[in-house]
Ligand binder design. Structure first.
Ligand code: S3P
Length: 199
């Protein structure tokens, strides 16, 4: 895990993690509780392309989608007018080294960790997102999630300054958002954020 002392220019909270980790649910709650904007890189890509990610994969292939992810991140990192935001990222965004550099420069990177079993159950239950998202292999969903997490978890862990698990069935999204905010409050990022609010 990297050091949590992000430079103060890194104004955003960046959520990384696999599908089903709760990036959008927890991200929206944290944004509301801290008074930040919220944006999602997948949504930005879909709006720009005028099609779903499933269609982008089908029409242009995964590499083209990965290029779009990098282009969106470059745009966000040069947008001086972007208000301080919670930025939720696509689950595979962290696999390109260039993306990792930009994500770190954008803000405090937070990994929402999810187990293969919980991710598989949530993805299966989420039929709406399922229609928008392509499969990443021809394996069964459970095998795909297992394999992807074993490839990606070390990368999420290395990149993030904060890790929080979102697996417990007896914790609500509000509970997870509250405990995440508790962790955020202990960082240099939060001190800089408070100073900005006070000034
Ligand atoms: C992907 C995750 C998706 C989306 C695309 C690829 C991945 O985002 O970016 O379908 O490689 O894991 P979510 O994690 O928001 O579902």
């Amino acid at each position: 895990m990297s050091d949590s002392s992000s430079p103060t220019s890194a104004r955003h909270l960046v959520l990384i993690g696999y599908r089903g980790s709760g990036k959008s649910t927890i991200g929206k709650l944290v944004a509301r509780l801290l008074g930040l904007d919220y944006l999602d890189t997948d949504t930005q890509i879909q709006e720009k392309a005028g099609k779903s990610i499933r269609e982008i994969f089908a029409d242009h292939g995964e590499e083209a989608f990965r290029d779009m992810e990098t282009a969106i991140l470059r745009d966000l990192s040069t947008l001086k007018s972007l208000p301080a935001s919670v930025i939720a990222t696509g689950g595979g965004m962290i696999m390109r080294p260039e993306n990792r550099d930009i994500l770190k420069a954008l803000g405090l990177v937070i990994w929402l960790e999810v187990s293969p079993e919980v991710a598989t159950a949530r993805i299966t239950a989420d039929t709406f997102t399922g229609e928008q998202r392509p499969p990443l292999s021809d394996q069964s969903l459970a095998d795909e999630v297992e394999r992807m997490l074993s490839l990606r978890n070390p990368v999420y862990a290395e990149l993030a300054s904060i890790q929080i698990s979102n697996n417990a069935a007896d914790l609500s999204a509000e509970d997870v958002a509250d405990s995440l905010i508790g962790k955020i409050r202990q960082t240099h990022w939060y001190q800089a954020f408070e100073k900005q609010i006070d000034s």
